[in-house]
Design a protein around this ligand. Structure first.
Ligand SMILES: O=c1ccn([C@@H]2O[C@H](COP(=O)(O)O)[C@@H](O)[C@H]2O)c(=O)[nH]1
Length: 603
C-alpha cells in the first residue's frame, strides 16, 4: 500500500476499507442530485485519447470505466433534461486530445480517426492543448479540418504558418471567437485560449493570453455584452498569477456584471476558484476520469448586482454515475449515438491491433504510490529493468553506458494482467529517441542529480511567476489528498469534507478534492489514492561499475536534452557540451515501444 514514515495508521485504515471493497463492477452510487440552474455546463479536458475509458480492475480504475459512447449517452440525456427544464446546457472541452492511449498515439492517422470519433459528440465550445502542438503535422491537420467544427473550435491565441496562394502567412489555426445564441435565447461570447506554451513545433505561434487580451480584435469581440461569457482554455484557473486572470480582467473592465464562466485544463486536477461572485473557473481533471458539471443562475432583467448562485460538481466518469444523474436504467440509458460511438471505438482499436497482449504483468506498478527506487514504481522498472534490457545499440555493444531521461515521459500506472499495445502507449505515448555522447562516468552520474535539482524546464507554462505553482500541481494535488488522510487518521479525526455523515462505507479509492469553491465538489466520497512524496523529474539507468574518470556512453532521451545540456553546462562549463556532440543511439527504438519489447521477453 502506501509508503512514508507517518503512513502507518492511514495504511491500516486504508487496508480495512480496501479489504471491504466490493467487486469492481459494483461502483458506488451517487446520492446528491445535481444543482441545475439557468446555465449548466458540462466540461471535459485533457482526455488524451482515453475514449475507451479505463478498463483495468485495479482501483481506482473502475471509477472511470465509462467510454466516450456512454458519455455521449449521458450528454444526450442531460441535453433532453435541460430542454425539459427550459435551461441552457453547454458542452465544452479544454484540449489535449492527443498523446496518451493506443487510439491517439499509434500514428498520426489513428489520432485523426480518434479525433473524428471524439467529434461525433457535438460540443458547443472546444479548443486545443499543448499536445496538439508538439508536431506541426497535428496542428496543420487541425487547421485543414477546422471548418467541420462549425466555428466552435476556438484557437484565440494560437497561429500556424502556412502557404496560401503562394504566400507564407501566419493565421489562426481555427476560429478566434464564437458568438452564438442558446436554445433558450441567451447570447454567449466564447474564446479558446492556450497558456503561453513555448515547447511547440516550428511554424506555430502562441501569443501570451495577457497580450491577447489587449489585442484590438479581442477588445472589439467583447465590446457588446452577451448574456454570459464562456472562456475555454488549456490552462489552470488558479495560481500565483493565473494566465486566465488578465483575460477575465479585460472583460470585467468593460462588463462589471456580466457572468464569466471559465473552463480550464492542463494541470490534470479537479479544481475550482471564483474570481468574483459572478464568475467561476473550473478544471475537470484528465483522462476521461472526471466530468465537471457547473451551474449558475443568470442576473434578472433589472440587474440588482447580487451575487450569483454558482456551483460545480466533479462526476466520476462511469455508467453508474451517468444513469443515476439522468434517471435512466440499463433499459433506456444507451442512445443510438452512444452505441455507435462505442462500436466505432472498438472497431478502431481492432484495426489498430492495440488489444493483443504482449505478456502478462505479474503485479501492479504505480507511477505515484511508491518512491523512485521502489521495485513497484513504474519509474524504477523503466529505468532499472526495461531500459537496460531493451535499449541496445549493436555498434556500441560492450561499451559501458548510462541512460538518462525525463520522468514526465511516463504517464500512467502498469496494471497486473494482460499487457497490450494500448497499455504500452498509455504508459508512454511519445516518440522520444535516444542519443549518446561520451563523457566521464563521474560527471554523467552527477548530471542527473543536477537535472533533478534544477527541475524539468518543459513541465509547465513558462510564465515566470506561474511556473512555481503549475510545475507539479498534479503531484501536489495527489500528495495533499493523501497527507490529509494520513493526518486525519493519525489524529483519529476525520476529514470534514470527505467524511460526511451520509458517507457510506466501504468507500473506493479515488479523488478527494479540496478546491477553492464552496461546498463539496466530488460527487462520490472516496478514500484518496496513496501517494509517495519522493518523486523525481529525471531518471537514470544503473551506473556502470567503472572508475569515475572512465569515459562512457551517456545516452539521453531527446525530450530531456535541453535539461541535460543545461545541467552539463553548470557542472562542466569548460566542456561546452552541445547537441553537436550527440549521435543516434539504438536507432529505431523509441520510448513508446520499449515496454512492449520488455513485456514480450519478461512478462
Ligand atoms: O514528446 C514529449 C512531450 C511531452 N512530454 C511530457 O509531457 C509533459 C507535458 O504534458 P502535459 O499533459 O501537458 O502536462 C512534458 O512536460 C513532458 O514531461 C514528453 O515527455 N515527451
Amino acid at each position: 500500500l502506501a509508503v512514508g514514515k507517518e503512513g502507518g495508521a492511514a495504511e491500516r485504515a486504508l487496508a480495512e476499507d480496501v479489504l471491504a471493497l466490493r467487486n469492481p463492477s459494483e461502483l458506488p452510487v451517487p446520492h446528491r442530485p445535481l444543482e441545475w440552474s439557468d446555465v449548466n455546463i458540462i466540461s471535459t479536458s485533457d482526455t488524451h485519447g482515453w475514449l475507451r475509458g479505463h478498463q483495468h480492475d485495479t482501483w481506482p480504475e473502475p471509477n472511470y470505466s465509462g467510454d466516450w459512447g456512454t458519455f455521449a449517452s449521458f450528454a444526450t440525456h442531460m441535453r433532453a433534461q435541460a430542454d425539459a427544464r427550459g435551461v441552457d446546457l453547454l458542452l465544452v472541452d479544454a484540449g489535449d486530445h492527443h498523446d496518451g492511449s493506443g487510439l491517439v498515439s499509434t500514428s498520426r492517422e489513428s489520432a485523426e480517426a480518434a479525433d473524428g470519433i471524439f467529434g461525433l459528440l457535438h460540443y458547443d465550445v472546444l479548443t486545443l492543448g499543448n499536445h496538439e502542438l508538439y508536431q506541426y503535422s497535428s496542428a496543420k491537420w487541425l487547421y485543414d479540418n477546422h471548418k467541420r467544427w462549425n466555428g466552435r473550435y476556438l484557437t484565440s491565441n494560437v497561429n500556424i504558418t502556412v502557404e496560401e496562394h503562394g504566400e507564407v502567412v501566419s493565421v489562426p489555426i481555427s476560429d478566434r471567437v464564437a458568438k452564438f445564441e442558446t436554445k433558450q435565447g441567451n447570447s454567449v461570447t466564447a474564446f479558446g485560449v492556450l497558456f503561453n506554451f513555448k515547447a511547440h513545433d516550428r511554424n506555430i505561434t502562441v501569443q501570451a493570453p495577457v497580450k491577447m487580451a489587449q489585442e484590438a480584435w479581442f477588445q472589439e469581440a467583447i465590446a457588446d455584452a452577451p448574456d454570459y461569457f464562456v472562456l475555454v482554455g488549456h490552462m489552470p484557473g488558479r495560481g500565483l498569477t493565473s494566465e486566465w486572470y488578465p483575460v477575465y480582467q479585460a472583460i470585467r473592465k468593460v462588463h462589471p456584471l456580466v457572468p464569466i464562466f471559465v473552463f480550464g485544463g492542463h494541470t490534470h486536477v479537479r479544481d475550482c476558484v471564483q474570481y468574483d461572485d459572478r464568475s467561476i473557473a473550473v478544471v475537470p481533471g484528465c483522462y476521461l476520469e472526471t466530468i465537471a458539471f457547473t451551474s449558475s443562475n443568470l442576473p434578472p432583467a433589472e440587474d440588482d448586482g447580487r451575487a450569483l448562485e454558482i456551483s460545480r460538481r466533479y462526476l466520476d466518469a462511469n455508467p453508474v454515475t451517468y444513469k443515476w444523474h439522468t434517471g435512466t436504467t440499463d433499459d433506456d440509458f444507451d442512445t443510438q449515438l452512444g452505441l455507435n460511438i462505442s462500436q466505432s471505438l472498438d472497431n478502431l482499436a481492432h484495426e489498430l491491433k492495440i488489444t493483443r497482449p504482449f505478456g502478462v504483468v505479474p503485479h501492479d506498478y504505480f507511477l505515484h504510490r511508491h518512491p523512485y527506487g521502489h521495485p513497484r514504481s513504474v519509474l524504477t522498472v523503466f529505468a532499472e529493468k526495461v531500459i537496460p534490457e531493451v535499449v541496445c545499440d549493436r555498434e556500441r555493444h560492450g561499451h559501458p553506458r548510462v541512460v538518462i531521461g525525463n520522468a514526465g515521459s511516463l504517464r500512467f500506472d502498469v496494471f497486473a494482467g494482460p499487457f497490450d499495445r494500448n497499455d504500452e502507449l498509455t504508459v508512454s505515448p511519445f516518440n522520444t529517441e535516444f542519443l549518446y555522447t561520451r563523457l566521464p562516468a563521474g560527471l554523467a552520474g552527477n548530471i542527473t542529480v543536477e537535472m533533478n535539482r534544477a527541475g524539468a524546464s518543459k513541465f509547465a507554462p513558462s510564465v515566470d511567476d506561474d511556473e512555481a505553482y503549475v510545475r507539479h500541481v498534479y503531484n501536489e494535488w495527489l500528495a495533499s489528498q493523501w497527507d490529509r488522510y494520513v493526518q486525519s487518521n493519525l489524529l483519529g479525526g476525520s476529514d470534514e469534507l470527505s467524511m460526511t455523515s451520509d458517507a457510506k462505507k466501504p468507500r473506493t479509492l479515488g479523488y478527494v478534492t479540496h478546491d477553492a469553491c464552496k461546498g463539496r465538489g466530488d460527487d462520490i466520497e472516496h478514500i484518496p489514492v496513496p501517494y509517495s512524496p519522493d518523486q523525481v523529474d529525471f531518471i537514470r539507468s544503473p551506473m556502470p561499475d567503472v572508475d569515475p574518470e572512465e569515459v562512457i556512453d551517456v545516452v539521453v532521451m531527446d525530450f530531456a536534452m535541453e535539461d541535460f545540456l543545461t545541467a552539463a553546462s553548470v557542472l562542466a562549463p569548460e566542456r561546452k557540451v552541445s547537441t553537436d556532440d550527440f549521435k543516434t543511439y539504438a536507432e529505431g527504438t523509441t520510448i513508446n515501444d520499449v515496454f512492449g519489447l520488455y513485456a514480450r521477453k519478461q512478462w
